[in-house]
Design a protein. Structure first.
Length: 341
């Protein structure tokens, strides 16, 4: 049994920053996440995608943001339990919790914070003949190393931001790009759509609209072609070394949906003052929570983590006033940040 003040479910940006805010208040945290690396969606889905709306950081990638957050929480020696899913949360007679994971670990915690983003998510799989033979080798649902696509023939499937972002990013680096989308309308931002159409008009990329991939062809996991079919039934065989599929995510809350929380579709209703759920001692921050005026932005999740930390401190130590102290001047803050060592 691991004893701690708080168990945080989710190692995305909001979960990591929650560690920092709790640490400033002298509270110990342990993080559990089903993904095998910290960073949540930032590292799992778009590690190289630029982010422009983090305060005081003009631009950073998802991977860079994660590394900065990991550096920031180093003084608090948070336990990281990755590749594990929280399976049970059992309230004890004293109001504390015993939290169990899929790896058989147990935590005794005074509070639980859910920072699970959209929950346990998986990219939506493509349904086409032979697709399973290339999954993980030349068929990709996320981009972890874009350098492998240099001078390769790519088929990119999808019509959202991720699909068009990678069309624009890899154009000029890949040997050739073909974009396949089942409609002629796109879910991406207008600027990306306009840039993509300009590339198509200039003959730099091929675009197959109102079409879908129906067959993947090749040998021993190495793709050689993708056969696409339009709505009229006419098929085209596209030569390809790699296929990138961006059909969005299929979010699954998993066991969280069974914890007796007040759900709002696939989010959790919380108090906007404390970010506590309807279950006393269980809080939710980041994309997974809902309250009037909620915006799904990382910076909003950071704000929620800060306020939740003060509420948690007050819950754990109800007889003590929680004083607001500033990291610039407070000796206690300096000590907790390891600045006096």
């Amino acid at each position: 049994m691991i004893n701690t003040d708080v168990v945080i479910v989710g190692a995305g940006p909001c979960g990591l920053f929650q560690v920092f805010e709790l640490g400033l208040l002298g509270l110990k945290a342990e993080i559990v996440d089903s993904i095998r690396q910290p960073g949540g969606q930032c590292t799992e889905l778009y590690p190289d995608k630029p982010i422009y709306d983090i305060p005081a950081i003009p631009v950073c990638t998802g991977e860079e943001l994660t590394q900065l957050l990991m550096k920031q929480i180093e003084p608090f020696k948070c336990g990281m339990h990755l590749g594990e899913e929280v399976t049970t949360v059992e309230r004890q007679d004293d109001g504390s919790f015993v939290v169990g994971t899929s790896a058989g670990k147990q935590f005794h915690a005074k509070v639980v914070v859910i920072a699970g983003g959209v929950g346990s998510f998986q990219p939506r799989q493509i349904r086409a003949t032979g697709a399973e033979n290339y999954d993980g080798r030349s068929l990709h649902y996320r981009v972890k190393d874009p350098t492998i696509f240099g001078e390769k023939k790519l088929v990119i499937l999808g019509g959202g931001d991720s699909a068009l972002d990678w069309v624009l990013e890899l154009n000029g680096k890949a040997k050739h790009i073909s974009l396949v989308h089942r409609r002629d309308e796109y879910r991406a931002v207008d600027a990306s759509v306009n840039k993509m159409r300009a590339l198509a008009a200039a003959g730099e990329i091929d675009v197959y609209e109102k079409s879908k991939a129906v067959e993947f062809m090749g040998k021993d996991g190495e793709l050689s072609a993708v056969r696409v079919e339009d709505k009229g039934g006419e098929s085209t065989e596209i030569s390809a070394d790699h296929a990138l599929v961006f059909f969005g995510l299929a979010p699954k809350l998993g066991p969280i949906a069974e914890w007796g929380l007040d759900m709002n579709r696939k989010t959790i209703n919380v108090s906007p003052e404390t970010f506590e759920t309807n279950e006393p001692g269980i809080y939710a921050v980041g994309d997974i929570n809902y309250y009037p005026g909620k915006k799904k932005l990382i910076l909003c999740g950071f704000h929620e983590a800060a306020l939740a930390a003060f509420a948690i401190k007050q819950r754990i130590e109800p007889d003590k006033k929680v004083h607001l102290q500033y990291t610039t001047t407070s000796p206690i803050m300096h000590e907790r940040l390891g600045l006096d060592e």
